[in-house]
Design a protein around this ligand. Sequence first.
Ligand code: CA
Ligand code: CA
Length: 442
Amino acid sequence: MKRAVALTALLSLAILAAPPASAAALRAGARTPETTSPKPAGHRPDLGRRTLPANDGWAAEGPGTTGGVAAPASNVHTVSTRTELATALAAPSPKIIYVKGTVDTDRTCADYATGGYTLEAYLATYDPAVWGRETDPSGPLEDARVASAARQTAHIRLKVGSDTTIVGLGGNARIRGVNLHVDKVDNVIIRNILFEDTADCFPKWTPTDGAEGNWNSLYDNISVTGSTHVWVDHNTFTDGDNPDSEQPRYFGRPYQVHDGQLDITHAANFVTASWNRFSGHDKTMLIGSTNNPANDTGKLNVTVHHNHFDNVLQRLPRVRFGQVHVYNNYYEIPDASAFQYALGVGVQSQIFAENNFFRLGRAVDPADLLYNWGGTALTARGNLLRVGGRVAPVDLVAVHNADNDPDLGADAGWTPTLHTGIDPAQAVDRSVSRHAGVGEIR
Ligand code: CA
Ligand code: CA
């Protein structure tokens, strides 16, 4: 993989005929993706005390995002287990939590099951051939599923308070099977962690969801709901050895055990997602969860920059309502059968897609980079498309409109101002594939 990425970078530079001096300048000029305060030479940078750089996306709005920087020494925690993490998260704010090694849930699905729930019984009872497709499951076995799911939720959903920084130590910090819930709080930083396989043990069958029914799951790796000033940076999101692509089909539909990797919903606002790697997943990043909001209007403003969307299926991101600046991201989508769309243009969304690099397999249709979920317009500028060895500018809106109706407009109605500089798109595949994800903060 590393070798393939490096080769890709070399090839694309060669194809663009960028002179070496220019490439070096790009690297040198690429923003150091974190705040740096003067540090004595030879001392390890204290990741827990770093804050979001000024102007670095929507999370820099107003007071900006400083997380737990003001934590007293007595409120700095190092955790290696789920219990230690839960205990640290329950401490007063401000606080800094270092994750050392792997935090796991240390439970299996069997530990949560109650009331007689088994998947076999659930499948037998709610098989459309038995239950039909007109009404959603109900009765003792659905009650048992709900009760079992509640036990799992109580164990794996951990709430993150205000003025908190959670940061991985070194390059191998991992949080597995946990849903971090940043709910109705302000000022949170989450950095340098591998988030892995937050699987739902008890997916729900909903025959009335879509034409053929769907299996749906509860948990994201990180859920940001109703919160402000959140910076999610240099993390890797993966389903590990339990990818969506390997799940079975039941009732003719994929047995979906995951929800989002990073979902930002319920009137959350002022979020920056930078330098993360999202890999091998279906529903990747949802911004806004309903077309009929109580109070999403004017919120859900998010900046998505320098992320690596690597072999992911949809929602990269999918947006409702928000002014969302999507710039300098690297989309690597080799397989048409494992791809639906990149940018979901939803109700009242205002996506500004700028200087992204889309590397597509030959069978992937560039018209599918956008999907219209009821939006009206998207601003696209400076985006590059690479198919095979060819790198060329792509007008996302024009390519989409040529294949789809109704057309999307080309002006989302705003111009982003909160950023620390936009890199040339031709630098993005190289810089992002090398430096996004866990273990890359320097
Ligand atoms: Ca979700
Ligand atoms: Ca059209």
